[in-house]
Design a protein around this ligand. Structure first.
Ligand SMILES: [Zn+2]
Length: 123
């Protein structure tokens, strides 16, 4: 089978980034889950264009693998945000105080996420 080199490189790159994302995100989830006093939840990688993370009602956390292209501080904000949903399944003030506890400068990190989201390479 002939695979055009440009396509093959893209596939290889995405796989390498997904592998790295899986290990970094699992490590950060374990770190913040311990701080929150909960077991590290199962992780799924997502690829949504506009959504960086989500937390299901069953407590399964999905993180966008493209976050691996962002600084670790931004990844940590998304991880802390989704973990906080294990305590509060909404965005009420109680939810944000859990985020604050895990990630005191979450507001700056969220701003950075929004800025970087516009510049991220389209892999
Ligand atoms: Zn949320």
């Amino acid at each position: 089978m002939f695979v055009p080199p440009a396509v093959a490189a893209r596939v290889v790159l995405e796989k390498a980034l997904r592998d790295k994302a899986r290990s970094v995100f699992a490590e950060r989830l374990a770190h913040y889950a311990a701080q929150l006093g909960v077991a590290a939840p199962p992780l799924r990688l997502s690829a949504a264009r506009t959504r960086w993370g989500s937390c299901s009602h069953h407590g399964r956390i999905s993180l966008n693998w493209r976050l691996i292209l962002m600084p670790l501080a931004v990844v940590d904000y998304v991880v802390a945000h989704e973990l906080a949903h294990l305590k509060e399944m909404n965005h009420c003030p109680g939810f944000w105080s859990v985020v604050q506890q895990l990630c005191p400068d979450w507001q700056a990190r969220r701003r950075e996420l929004r800025q970087l989201a516009r510049q991220i390479p389209q892999i």
